[in-house]
Structures are given as C-alpha cells and as structure tokens.
Design a protein around this ligand. Structure first.
Ligand SMILES: NC(=O)c1ccc[n+]([C@@H]2O[C@H](COP(=O)([O-])OP(=O)(O)OC[C@H]3O[C@@H](n4cnc5c(N)ncnc54)[C@H](O)[C@@H]3O)[C@@H](O)[C@H]2O)c1
Length: 302
C-alpha cells in the first residue's frame, strides 16, 4: 500500500507515548502516525533504551519532539516525567502505553518454572505501570477533558498462548486497569482503551519462544493477515482523535480478524496433511495418548 497521507486528524493535539525503541517498535509507528496526523508528541523510554535504541532519532523525525527518560515502574521518575510534560505542553490530549518486558520470556523460562522475582517485575512493568501512569497523570492534572488513553495488549490476556508465559497475566492486568480507570474517568469525558495487536516482529515480541510459528499461524488464519506495526500506528491515531470520542472501556482487536476466527478450510487441510505422521506429531509435542486416540479413531472409520 502507498504511504498514508495526513488527514490532520490530530491537529492541535498534544500527548506523550511511552515505549518507542527502534523502527521495529509498535510505539515507533504509533509516534510516526500521530505526528503525521498533526499532533505534537513527547517520547519516553528508560535510560537504557536511549543507549541501545533510537528514540533520539525518532524525536528528530518528529519535529524535535521532547524526549523524556522515565522508567514506567518508578514513581519518582513518573512524577518527574509529568512535571516535564506540564512544562512543555501544559495539559495533554492523549497518552499511549506501548511498554512491555518479561525477564522470564527473555531467558526462555517456561511458565511452570517461572522465576517469581521476574514474574513480579513483568506484572509491574508491563501491567501495573498503566495504573501508575494514569494515576500520576491525574495527580499532576495533565490530562485535558476528552483526553484519550491507549495501551497495547495481546489476546493472550484472555486465551492461553502457551509461550506467552507471565506476559499473559501482565496483559490481563493491563486490560482490567484500562476498564477500571475508564469507568471512573467518564465524568471528565476521558476514555481509556486497549488495542490487541497481531504478533509483530519487535524486540519484545520476537523474544517469545516459537514467535515465528505464532506469527505465521496468525497470518494464515486471519482473513486479512497480520496487522503490521505501521497499521497499528494508523489505527491508534484514529483512537486518539475526536472521531472516536465515545469509544471507551474497550479491548479493540487489531489483528486482521484473527480473534474472531474459528476454522479456515486451508488451515484444516494443512493440519490434516501433518496429522497422520506419528513422528511429525511427536515433534510438535502431542502425547502418545493423543496420537494413539486420533489414529485409532481414523483407522476405525476407514
Ligand atoms: N510484538 C508483538 O507481537 C506484540 C503484540 C501485541 C502487543 N504487544 C505490546 O506492544 C507493546 C510494545 O512492544 P513492542 O512489541 O513494540 O516491543 P519493543 O521492544 O519495541 O517495545 C517495548 C518497549 O518497552 C520499553 N520498556 C521496558 N521496560 C520499561 C520500563 N520499565 N519503563 C518504560 N519502558 C519500558 C522498552 O524499552 C521498549 O521500548 C508492548 O506492550 C507489547 O507487549 C506486542
């Protein structure tokens, strides 16, 4: 598809995004889209990200956007961040949470063997941080009436994706926090939503075990194929605009239709072609009992 043109959807709006790292990041593309749509945006990430990633380059691409160092799980840094936001913009119209991290995933620890110190860190950084950010934004009175708050999530919050491990719980917390704040912020017309994005090749995403398989599976099952980070950026821009001012408390799937799919005939046939080879099934992780069961049922039918 040709590069999107600007519709000026966010002209005159200001906001902050937490989490852009490099060109692969979902947050990077959200920033590019909202800047293209006319918003002024501050970019935030942890100090390490400024050293290993390219937030500075993104800031330059977005009209020398303010760059604010902030660990979204550290209250002092969050307070300092919103003090800076107030100074640069006064009140803001949107806030985007595109932050995620799991040491258990990074180190390839299976769910059953989770390291609980890392588990708590995952919940804190990837889930609870949304609570801290919204609560502090309110405390510092930086959110305008009619502001839009968005966080990026994944379907593993609701349905098991084996390799998503402790991030599944972090996302469940994230989605619940979004709903609970949304229910409280209606009086100020502030809306809070989560966008549930397709598997996307980013540093955080590609660390997940068997990520490539998860990516291609979703890509083949979703009627429109996986949504890219660029497409996520464009979708988020609409959710920060006045055109979606009555959308709140929602978990919005941005996944080419994957979440609503049951079976597709092509996937069914693909599965069938692999299902009758015992070695293939064993390698995939099916138990002897499962293999025996389907094979004997099939033999009985033929
Ligand atoms: N990649 C996927 O497949 C996928 C799918 C659905 C949802 N998501 C979500 O999208 C969001 C963005 O992730 P991404 O996939 O673009 O990966 P990414 O690695 O590009 O971005 C994650 C960001 O979180 C930042 N971060 C980590 N700890 C932080 C902290 N304490 N404070 C502030 N920032 C911190 C990192 O520095 C990084 O910039 C995450 O919430 C992720 O879970 C990703």
């Amino acid at each position: 598809m040709a590069e999107m043109k600007s519709y000026g959807l966010l002209k005159g709006k200001t906001g902050i995004i937490f989490g852009p790292l490099d060109e692969s990041s979902i947050g990077w593309h959200i920033t590019r889209s909202i800047y293209r749509e006319g918003a002024e945006v501050a970019i935030s990430n942890v100090a390490l990200a400024l050293r290993i990633g390219k937030p500075q380059e993104l800031a330059t691409l977005c009209g020398d956007a303010p760059l604010i160092v902030c660990d979204a799980s550290n209250q002092q840094e969050i307070d300092a961040c919103f003090a800076q936001v107030r100074e640069k913009f006064g009140k803001i119209d949107f806030m985007v949470h595109a932050v995620g991290m799991s040491q258990n995933i990074r180190k390839g620890i299976p769910y059953e063997k989770s390291n609980y110190d890392w588990y708590l860190k995952t919940l804190d950084v990837s889930g609870l941080s949304l609570h801290r950010l919204i609560a502090s934004a309110l405390e510092h009175d930086v959110l305008n009436d009619y502001a839009s708050v968005l966080a990026i999530t994944h379907m593993a919050a609701q349905r098991p994706f084996t390799t998503y491990t402790d991030m599944a719980e972090a996302k469940a917390i994230l989605e619940s926090i979004a709903r609970n704040f949304a229910s409280r912020l209606g009086a100020k017309k502030i809306r809070v939503n989560t966008v549930s994005q397709s598997p996307t090749w980013t540093r955080a995403g590609s660390g997940i075990e068997d990520f490539d398989k998860m990516f291609y599976y979703a890509d083949l099952l979703a009627p429109l194929g996986n949504a890219s980070a660029e497409e996520c950026g464009d979708y988020c821009a609409t959710l920060l605009s006045d055109y979606t001012r009555k959308v709140t408390m929602q978990n919005l799937f941005h996944d080419g239709g994957f979440a609503m799919m049951g079976l597709s005939q092509s996937m069914l046939r693909l599965m069938d072609s692999a299902m009758w080879d015992v070695e293939t099934m064993k390698t995939a992780g099916f138990t002897d009992e499962q293999i025996e069961r389907v094979h004997s049922r099939r033999n009985a039918q033929s």
